[in-house]
Design a protein around this ligand. Structure first.
Ligand code: SF4
Ligand code: SF4
Length: 453
Protein backbone atom coordinates (compact mmCIF):
# COMPACT_ATOMS: atom_id res chain seq x y z
CA UNK A 1 0.00 0.00 0.00
CA UNK A 2 2.78 2.42 0.83
CA UNK A 3 5.50 1.09 -1.47
CA UNK A 4 4.93 2.42 -5.00
CA UNK A 5 4.09 6.15 -4.83
CA UNK A 6 3.98 6.99 -1.18
CA UNK A 7 2.33 10.26 -0.14
CA UNK A 8 0.40 12.08 2.60
CA UNK A 9 -2.79 14.11 3.06
CA UNK A 10 -2.78 17.85 2.38
CA UNK A 11 0.14 19.70 0.87
CA UNK A 12 0.36 21.35 -2.50
CA UNK A 13 1.95 21.02 -5.92
CA UNK A 14 4.54 23.67 -6.69
CA UNK A 15 6.81 24.17 -9.70
CA UNK A 16 10.10 22.49 -8.88
CA UNK A 17 12.36 24.95 -10.78
CA UNK A 18 15.27 22.55 -10.46
CA UNK A 19 16.28 22.07 -14.12
CA UNK A 20 18.95 24.77 -14.09
CA UNK A 21 21.14 23.00 -11.52
CA UNK A 22 19.97 19.38 -11.16
CA UNK A 23 22.24 18.27 -14.01
CA UNK A 24 25.29 20.18 -12.76
CA UNK A 25 27.94 18.11 -10.95
CA UNK A 26 29.15 19.19 -7.51
CA UNK A 27 32.16 21.54 -7.73
CA UNK A 28 34.48 22.02 -4.77
CA UNK A 29 34.85 25.70 -3.89
CA UNK A 30 38.26 26.97 -2.81
CA UNK A 31 38.40 27.83 0.89
CA UNK A 32 37.83 31.57 1.46
CA UNK A 33 40.36 33.85 3.21
CA UNK A 34 38.23 34.08 6.36
CA UNK A 35 35.86 31.64 8.02
CA UNK A 36 33.06 32.74 10.36
CA UNK A 37 31.86 29.86 12.57
CA UNK A 38 28.65 30.69 14.49
CA UNK A 39 28.59 28.87 17.84
CA UNK A 40 24.84 28.38 17.50
CA UNK A 41 24.54 26.61 14.15
CA UNK A 42 22.39 23.74 15.42
CA UNK A 43 19.23 23.20 17.43
CA UNK A 44 19.99 23.28 21.16
CA UNK A 45 22.50 25.08 23.35
CA UNK A 46 25.28 27.04 21.62
CA UNK A 47 28.72 25.40 21.65
CA UNK A 48 31.35 26.87 24.01
CA UNK A 49 34.61 28.05 22.41
CA UNK A 50 37.77 26.22 23.57
CA UNK A 51 40.11 28.46 21.57
CA UNK A 52 40.79 32.18 21.97
CA UNK A 53 41.81 35.07 19.74
CA UNK A 54 45.44 34.58 18.68
CA UNK A 55 45.37 30.76 18.80
CA UNK A 56 46.53 28.78 15.80
CA UNK A 57 44.11 26.05 14.71
CA UNK A 58 44.26 23.18 12.28
CA UNK A 59 41.66 21.87 9.85
CA UNK A 60 39.23 19.55 11.63
CA UNK A 61 40.33 20.67 15.11
CA UNK A 62 37.62 20.92 17.76
CA UNK A 63 37.23 24.67 18.37
CA UNK A 64 33.92 24.81 20.26
CA UNK A 65 32.47 22.10 22.48
CA UNK A 66 28.83 21.10 22.79
CA UNK A 67 27.48 22.66 25.99
CA UNK A 68 24.83 20.06 26.74
CA UNK A 69 23.37 16.86 25.38
CA UNK A 70 21.25 18.75 22.83
CA UNK A 71 24.13 20.74 21.35
CA UNK A 72 26.90 19.99 18.86
CA UNK A 73 30.69 20.21 18.60
CA UNK A 74 32.15 22.63 16.06
CA UNK A 75 35.44 22.06 14.21
CA UNK A 76 37.73 24.41 12.29
CA UNK A 77 37.02 24.24 8.56
CA UNK A 78 40.45 25.67 7.62
CA UNK A 79 43.85 25.83 9.25
CA UNK A 80 44.95 29.30 10.38
CA UNK A 81 44.64 31.76 13.25
CA UNK A 82 41.63 32.74 15.35
CA UNK A 83 41.45 36.51 14.81
CA UNK A 84 38.57 37.31 17.13
CA UNK A 85 35.25 36.18 18.55
CA UNK A 86 32.40 38.49 17.54
CA UNK A 87 28.63 38.58 17.63
CA UNK A 88 26.91 38.02 14.30
CA UNK A 89 23.38 37.56 13.05
CA UNK A 90 21.96 34.27 11.80
CA UNK A 91 19.52 34.20 8.84
CA UNK A 92 16.61 33.44 11.21
CA UNK A 93 17.19 36.76 13.00
CA UNK A 94 18.98 35.22 15.99
CA UNK A 95 22.37 36.53 17.14
CA UNK A 96 25.29 34.38 18.25
CA UNK A 97 28.99 34.43 19.12
CA UNK A 98 31.09 33.61 16.09
CA UNK A 99 34.72 32.46 15.76
CA UNK A 100 36.55 34.35 13.01
CA UNK A 101 39.48 32.34 11.62
CA UNK A 102 42.03 33.68 9.11
CA UNK A 103 42.80 30.91 6.64
CA UNK A 104 46.55 30.24 6.22
CA UNK A 105 45.83 28.46 2.92
CA UNK A 106 47.69 25.31 4.00
CA UNK A 107 44.79 23.04 5.01
CA UNK A 108 46.98 21.40 7.64
CA UNK A 109 44.90 18.61 9.19
CA UNK A 110 44.57 18.32 12.94
CA UNK A 111 46.31 15.47 14.79
CA UNK A 112 42.94 14.92 16.51
CA UNK A 113 41.67 13.18 13.38
CA UNK A 114 42.13 9.48 14.01
CA UNK A 115 41.32 7.33 10.99
CA UNK A 116 42.72 4.15 12.52
CA UNK A 117 39.38 2.75 13.79
CA UNK A 118 38.65 -0.74 12.47
CA UNK A 119 35.31 -1.23 10.74
CA UNK A 120 35.34 -4.89 11.81
CA UNK A 121 35.05 -3.98 15.47
CA UNK A 122 32.50 -1.27 14.91
CA UNK A 123 29.77 -1.17 17.53
CA UNK A 124 26.52 0.74 17.90
CA UNK A 125 28.07 2.59 20.84
CA UNK A 126 31.12 3.62 18.77
CA UNK A 127 28.92 5.04 15.99
CA UNK A 128 26.77 6.94 18.50
CA UNK A 129 29.85 8.48 20.10
CA UNK A 130 31.30 9.42 16.68
CA UNK A 131 28.05 11.21 15.76
CA UNK A 132 28.49 13.31 18.89
CA UNK A 133 32.26 13.76 18.71
CA UNK A 134 32.31 14.78 15.02
CA UNK A 135 29.55 17.38 15.40
CA UNK A 136 27.11 15.71 13.02
CA UNK A 137 23.71 17.39 12.76
CA UNK A 138 20.74 17.13 10.38
CA UNK A 139 22.03 18.62 7.14
CA UNK A 140 18.60 18.89 5.48
CA UNK A 141 18.10 22.26 7.16
CA UNK A 142 16.93 21.44 10.68
CA UNK A 143 20.45 21.00 12.14
CA UNK A 144 19.14 18.80 14.97
CA UNK A 145 22.11 17.02 16.61
CA UNK A 146 22.11 13.50 15.12
CA UNK A 147 23.46 11.74 18.24
CA UNK A 148 20.30 12.78 20.12
CA UNK A 149 18.14 10.90 17.60
CA UNK A 150 20.18 7.76 18.26
CA UNK A 151 19.64 7.95 22.00
CA UNK A 152 15.85 7.46 22.13
CA UNK A 153 14.17 7.04 25.52
CA UNK A 154 14.71 3.59 27.06
CA UNK A 155 10.99 3.19 27.75
CA UNK A 156 10.09 3.96 24.08
CA UNK A 157 8.96 1.39 21.50
CA UNK A 158 12.49 0.91 20.07
CA UNK A 159 13.50 1.82 16.53
CA UNK A 160 12.56 -0.52 13.69
CA UNK A 161 12.99 1.77 10.66
CA UNK A 162 15.57 4.34 9.56
CA UNK A 163 14.54 6.53 6.62
CA UNK A 164 17.10 8.41 4.54
CA UNK A 165 15.35 11.55 3.36
CA UNK A 166 16.21 12.10 -0.30
CA UNK A 167 13.01 14.03 -1.07
CA UNK A 168 14.34 17.60 -1.37
CA UNK A 169 10.93 19.12 -2.13
CA UNK A 170 12.02 22.79 -1.91
CA UNK A 171 12.02 24.46 -5.35
CA UNK A 172 15.41 25.53 -6.83
CA UNK A 173 17.45 23.34 -4.42
CA UNK A 174 19.23 20.31 -5.94
CA UNK A 175 22.14 19.56 -3.58
CA UNK A 176 20.66 16.31 -2.19
CA UNK A 177 19.81 15.12 -5.71
CA UNK A 178 23.46 15.55 -6.72
CA UNK A 179 24.68 13.86 -3.54
CA UNK A 180 22.42 10.86 -4.32
CA UNK A 181 23.87 10.68 -7.84
CA UNK A 182 27.52 11.32 -6.97
CA UNK A 183 27.85 9.69 -3.54
CA UNK A 184 25.28 6.85 -3.64
CA UNK A 185 27.55 4.27 -2.03
CA UNK A 186 28.37 6.64 0.84
CA UNK A 187 24.61 7.26 1.35
CA UNK A 188 24.05 3.48 1.58
CA UNK A 189 27.01 2.95 3.91
CA UNK A 190 25.80 5.84 6.08
CA UNK A 191 22.39 4.15 6.28
CA UNK A 192 24.05 0.88 7.32
CA UNK A 193 25.85 2.68 10.15
CA UNK A 194 22.54 4.22 11.23
CA UNK A 195 20.92 0.76 11.22
CA UNK A 196 23.72 -0.58 13.40
CA UNK A 197 23.53 2.42 15.76
CA UNK A 198 19.76 2.13 16.19
CA UNK A 199 19.26 -1.63 16.00
CA UNK A 200 16.59 -1.05 13.32
CA UNK A 201 15.82 -3.94 10.97
CA UNK A 202 14.59 -1.87 8.01
CA UNK A 203 16.40 0.85 6.08
CA UNK A 204 14.56 3.01 3.54
CA UNK A 205 15.92 5.53 1.05
CA UNK A 206 12.96 7.76 0.17
CA UNK A 207 13.19 9.71 -3.10
CA UNK A 208 10.58 11.87 -4.86
CA UNK A 209 9.46 10.69 -8.30
CA UNK A 210 10.93 13.80 -9.95
CA UNK A 211 14.43 12.23 -9.56
CA UNK A 212 14.12 9.05 -11.70
CA UNK A 213 17.90 8.85 -12.27
CA UNK A 214 18.58 8.76 -8.51
CA UNK A 215 15.76 6.23 -7.97
CA UNK A 216 17.18 3.80 -10.55
CA UNK A 217 20.78 4.21 -9.37
CA UNK A 218 19.98 3.62 -5.69
CA UNK A 219 17.58 0.77 -6.54
CA UNK A 220 20.30 -0.94 -8.56
CA UNK A 221 22.91 -0.48 -5.82
CA UNK A 222 20.64 -1.86 -3.09
CA UNK A 223 19.10 -4.81 -4.97
CA UNK A 224 21.14 -7.33 -2.96
CA UNK A 225 20.62 -5.58 0.38
CA UNK A 226 17.89 -7.59 2.08
CA UNK A 227 17.10 -4.94 4.70
CA UNK A 228 17.32 -1.79 2.54
CA UNK A 229 14.76 -0.59 0.01
CA UNK A 230 14.19 2.49 -2.11
CA UNK A 231 10.71 3.98 -1.73
CA UNK A 232 9.45 6.30 -4.46
CA UNK A 233 7.34 9.15 -3.12
CA UNK A 234 4.90 11.28 -5.05
CA UNK A 235 6.15 14.77 -5.93
CA UNK A 236 4.23 16.95 -3.55
CA UNK A 237 5.22 19.67 -1.11
CA UNK A 238 6.13 19.21 1.83
CA UNK A 239 6.87 15.52 1.18
CA UNK A 240 10.33 15.97 2.77
CA UNK A 241 8.91 17.16 6.08
CA UNK A 242 9.64 14.52 8.73
CA UNK A 243 6.08 13.75 9.84
CA UNK A 244 4.70 13.66 6.28
CA UNK A 245 7.55 11.42 5.11
CA UNK A 246 7.07 8.96 7.98
CA UNK A 247 3.37 8.73 7.17
CA UNK A 248 4.08 8.25 3.46
CA UNK A 249 6.63 5.49 4.05
CA UNK A 250 5.20 3.64 7.07
CA UNK A 251 1.60 4.83 7.49
CA UNK A 252 2.43 5.87 11.08
CA UNK A 253 1.35 9.18 12.57
CA UNK A 254 3.83 10.96 14.84
CA UNK A 255 1.84 12.48 17.71
CA UNK A 256 2.02 16.21 18.27
CA UNK A 257 5.11 17.34 20.22
CA UNK A 258 6.58 13.82 19.93
CA UNK A 259 9.72 12.77 18.09
CA UNK A 260 9.70 10.21 15.24
CA UNK A 261 11.30 7.73 17.68
CA UNK A 262 7.92 7.56 19.44
CA UNK A 263 6.63 5.59 16.44
CA UNK A 264 9.84 3.58 16.00
CA UNK A 265 11.38 5.68 13.22
CA UNK A 266 14.46 7.85 12.73
CA UNK A 267 14.80 10.11 9.67
CA UNK A 268 18.16 11.41 8.42
CA UNK A 269 19.03 13.54 5.40
CA UNK A 270 21.22 12.11 2.58
CA UNK A 271 24.11 14.48 3.37
CA UNK A 272 23.94 13.47 7.04
CA UNK A 273 24.33 9.84 5.93
CA UNK A 274 27.38 10.73 3.79
CA UNK A 275 28.88 12.76 6.64
CA UNK A 276 28.38 9.81 9.00
CA UNK A 277 30.09 7.41 6.59
CA UNK A 278 33.01 9.88 6.40
CA UNK A 279 33.23 10.18 10.19
CA UNK A 280 33.18 6.40 10.72
CA UNK A 281 35.59 5.54 7.91
CA UNK A 282 38.04 8.46 7.95
CA UNK A 283 37.57 10.13 11.35
CA UNK A 284 36.75 13.45 9.65
CA UNK A 285 34.39 15.85 11.44
CA UNK A 286 31.67 17.90 9.73
CA UNK A 287 33.60 20.81 8.21
CA UNK A 288 32.10 21.16 4.72
CA UNK A 289 28.81 20.55 2.94
CA UNK A 290 27.18 20.55 -0.50
CA UNK A 291 24.71 23.36 -1.19
CA UNK A 292 22.92 24.81 -4.21
CA UNK A 293 23.37 28.40 -5.34
CA UNK A 294 20.55 29.28 -7.71
CA UNK A 295 18.34 32.09 -9.00
CA UNK A 296 18.35 34.36 -12.05
CA UNK A 297 20.78 36.87 -10.48
CA UNK A 298 23.61 34.31 -10.04
CA UNK A 299 26.29 34.30 -12.79
CA UNK A 300 27.02 30.54 -12.47
CA UNK A 301 24.29 28.68 -10.57
CA UNK A 302 25.32 25.22 -9.41
CA UNK A 303 25.94 22.74 -6.61
CA UNK A 304 29.06 23.46 -4.59
CA UNK A 305 31.05 21.75 -1.83
CA UNK A 306 31.68 24.62 0.58
CA UNK A 307 33.58 24.99 3.87
CA UNK A 308 31.30 25.53 6.87
CA UNK A 309 31.69 29.17 7.96
CA UNK A 310 32.19 30.59 4.45
CA UNK A 311 30.29 33.83 3.94
CA UNK A 312 27.54 33.79 1.30
CA UNK A 313 29.40 36.67 -0.39
CA UNK A 314 32.52 34.47 -0.73
CA UNK A 315 30.45 31.59 -2.10
CA UNK A 316 28.80 33.83 -4.69
CA UNK A 317 32.14 35.40 -5.70
CA UNK A 318 34.54 32.45 -5.50
CA UNK A 319 32.25 29.63 -6.62
CA UNK A 320 29.64 31.32 -8.83
CA UNK A 321 31.58 34.13 -10.53
CA UNK A 322 29.50 36.84 -8.82
CA UNK A 323 26.11 38.15 -9.87
CA UNK A 324 24.80 39.04 -13.33
CA UNK A 325 21.91 41.27 -12.30
CA UNK A 326 20.80 43.54 -9.51
CA UNK A 327 19.83 41.35 -6.53
CA UNK A 328 16.32 42.12 -5.29
CA UNK A 329 15.84 39.11 -3.04
CA UNK A 330 18.23 36.80 -1.16
CA UNK A 331 16.99 33.57 0.38
CA UNK A 332 18.80 31.26 2.74
CA UNK A 333 17.35 27.80 1.99
CA UNK A 334 14.40 27.30 -0.35
CA UNK A 335 11.58 29.72 -1.15
CA UNK A 336 9.04 27.78 0.95
CA UNK A 337 10.82 27.32 4.28
CA UNK A 338 13.93 29.45 3.85
CA UNK A 339 14.64 32.89 5.31
CA UNK A 340 14.83 36.12 3.33
CA UNK A 341 17.99 38.02 4.31
CA UNK A 342 19.13 41.52 3.49
CA UNK A 343 22.79 40.90 2.65
CA UNK A 344 25.30 38.19 1.78
CA UNK A 345 27.20 38.66 5.05
CA UNK A 346 25.88 35.46 6.62
CA UNK A 347 27.76 32.22 7.23
CA UNK A 348 27.15 28.89 5.57
CA UNK A 349 26.30 26.59 8.47
CA UNK A 350 25.83 22.82 8.69
CA UNK A 351 22.14 23.15 7.84
CA UNK A 352 22.50 25.51 4.84
CA UNK A 353 20.98 23.70 1.86
CA UNK A 354 20.94 26.59 -0.58
CA UNK A 355 21.45 30.27 -1.28
CA UNK A 356 19.04 31.84 -3.79
CA UNK A 357 19.49 35.23 -5.44
CA UNK A 358 16.70 36.75 -7.52
CA UNK A 359 16.64 39.86 -9.73
CA UNK A 360 13.72 42.36 -9.73
CA UNK A 361 12.50 40.69 -12.97
CA UNK A 362 12.09 37.31 -11.32
CA UNK A 363 8.63 36.28 -10.16
CA UNK A 364 10.28 35.02 -6.96
CA UNK A 365 11.18 38.60 -5.98
CA UNK A 366 7.70 39.96 -6.61
CA UNK A 367 5.90 41.52 -3.67
CA UNK A 368 2.12 41.31 -3.55
CA UNK A 369 0.43 43.40 -0.87
CA UNK A 370 -1.72 41.62 1.67
CA UNK A 371 -5.44 41.80 0.98
CA UNK A 372 -8.55 40.86 2.94
CA UNK A 373 -9.28 37.16 3.45
CA UNK A 374 -11.89 36.01 0.94
CA UNK A 375 -12.72 32.90 3.00
CA UNK A 376 -11.92 30.55 0.16
CA UNK A 377 -10.64 27.88 2.53
CA UNK A 378 -7.61 27.00 0.39
CA UNK A 379 -5.24 27.37 3.34
CA UNK A 380 -7.24 24.72 5.22
CA UNK A 381 -7.22 22.32 2.28
CA UNK A 382 -3.44 22.40 1.83
CA UNK A 383 -2.33 22.40 5.49
CA UNK A 384 -0.62 19.03 6.02
CA UNK A 385 -1.10 19.40 9.79
CA UNK A 386 -4.87 19.99 9.40
CA UNK A 387 -4.72 23.36 11.16
CA UNK A 388 -6.73 26.52 10.52
CA UNK A 389 -3.96 28.88 9.37
CA UNK A 390 -6.28 31.83 8.93
CA UNK A 391 -7.59 31.51 12.52
CA UNK A 392 -4.05 31.30 13.95
CA UNK A 393 -2.78 34.23 11.86
CA UNK A 394 -5.75 36.36 12.90
CA UNK A 395 -5.08 35.58 16.58
CA UNK A 396 -1.40 36.56 16.15
CA UNK A 397 -2.29 39.83 14.39
CA UNK A 398 -4.58 40.71 17.29
CA UNK A 399 -2.00 39.56 19.87
CA UNK A 400 -4.53 37.05 21.21
CA UNK A 401 -1.84 34.60 22.28
CA UNK A 402 -4.16 32.24 24.14
CA UNK A 403 -6.39 31.98 21.05
CA UNK A 404 -3.31 31.17 18.96
CA UNK A 405 -2.28 28.45 21.42
CA UNK A 406 -5.79 27.04 21.47
CA UNK A 407 -5.73 26.90 17.67
CA UNK A 408 -2.59 24.74 18.00
CA UNK A 409 0.00 27.19 16.72
CA UNK A 410 2.81 24.95 18.02
CA UNK A 411 1.76 22.10 15.70
CA UNK A 412 2.54 24.23 12.63
CA UNK A 413 5.58 22.88 10.80
CA UNK A 414 6.06 26.22 8.99
CA UNK A 415 5.88 24.58 5.58
CA UNK A 416 4.38 27.70 3.96
CA UNK A 417 1.71 25.81 1.97
CA UNK A 418 -0.98 28.14 3.38
CA UNK A 419 0.78 31.37 2.34
CA UNK A 420 1.67 29.91 -1.06
CA UNK A 421 -1.96 29.02 -1.78
CA UNK A 422 -3.61 32.16 -0.43
CA UNK A 423 -5.17 34.26 -3.23
CA UNK A 424 -5.25 37.26 -0.89
CA UNK A 425 -1.44 37.06 -0.44
CA UNK A 426 -1.76 36.92 3.34
CA UNK A 427 1.66 35.96 4.73
CA UNK A 428 0.07 33.35 7.01
CA UNK A 429 3.24 31.42 7.84
CA UNK A 430 5.11 34.63 8.65
CA UNK A 431 2.39 35.60 11.13
CA UNK A 432 2.53 32.11 12.61
CA UNK A 433 6.33 32.19 12.94
CA UNK A 434 6.12 35.60 14.59
CA UNK A 435 3.43 34.34 16.95
CA UNK A 436 5.53 31.35 17.95
CA UNK A 437 8.48 33.62 18.70
CA UNK A 438 6.38 35.81 20.97
CA UNK A 439 4.62 32.95 22.69
CA UNK A 440 7.51 30.61 23.37
CA UNK A 441 10.21 31.69 25.74
CA UNK A 442 13.50 29.86 25.63
CA UNK A 443 12.00 26.43 26.08
CA UNK A 444 9.99 27.28 29.22
CA UNK A 445 6.74 27.32 27.28
CA UNK A 446 5.66 30.48 29.10
CA UNK A 447 4.18 33.61 27.58
CA UNK A 448 6.04 36.74 26.66
CA UNK A 449 5.06 39.11 29.52
CA UNK A 450 5.14 42.13 27.18
CA UNK A 451 2.36 40.74 25.06
CA UNK A 452 0.36 38.53 27.39
CA UNK A 453 -3.38 38.33 27.06
S1 SF4 B 1 -0.39 26.41 9.12
FE1 SF4 B 1 1.72 25.76 9.25
S2 SF4 B 1 1.67 23.58 8.77
FE2 SF4 B 1 -0.28 24.46 8.04
S3 SF4 B 1 0.11 25.03 5.91
FE3 SF4 B 1 0.55 26.84 7.12
S4 SF4 B 1 2.73 26.74 7.50
FE4 SF4 B 1 2.10 24.66 6.85
S1 SF4 C 1 -6.37 31.01 1.66
FE1 SF4 C 1 -6.22 33.18 2.22
S2 SF4 C 1 -8.11 34.07 1.48
FE2 SF4 C 1 -8.44 31.85 1.49
S3 SF4 C 1 -9.34 31.43 3.54
FE3 SF4 C 1 -7.14 31.18 3.76
S4 SF4 C 1 -6.42 33.20 4.46
FE4 SF4 C 1 -8.46 33.49 3.60
Amino acid sequence: MFSSKASFRGGTHITAQKKLTSGLPIIEMEAPPYIYLPLSMHIGAPAKPIVAAGDNVKLGQLVAKASGFVSANIHASVSGKVERIERRYLPNGGITECLVIRNDGLDTFSDEIDSSGSLENLTAEKIRSLLQEKGIVGMGGAAFPTHVKYAPPKDGPGIDTVIINGIECEPFVTADHRVLLEKPKEVIRGLKYFLLASGAARGVIAIEDNKPDAISLLTELTENESNIEVVTCQEKYPQGSEKQLIYAVTGRIVPERALPASVGVIVDNVSTAVQTALAVETGLPCYERVLTVNGDAVARPGNYLVRIGSLYSDVVTLACGGTKAHVAKILCGGPMMGFAVSSLEYSVIKGTTGILLFSPDSGAAEYSPEQTCVRCGRCLEVCPMFLQPTVIAKAVKRKKWYDAVNADISACIECGCCSYSCPAHIPLVQYIRMGKQFIMTDGSGGFNPLYSG
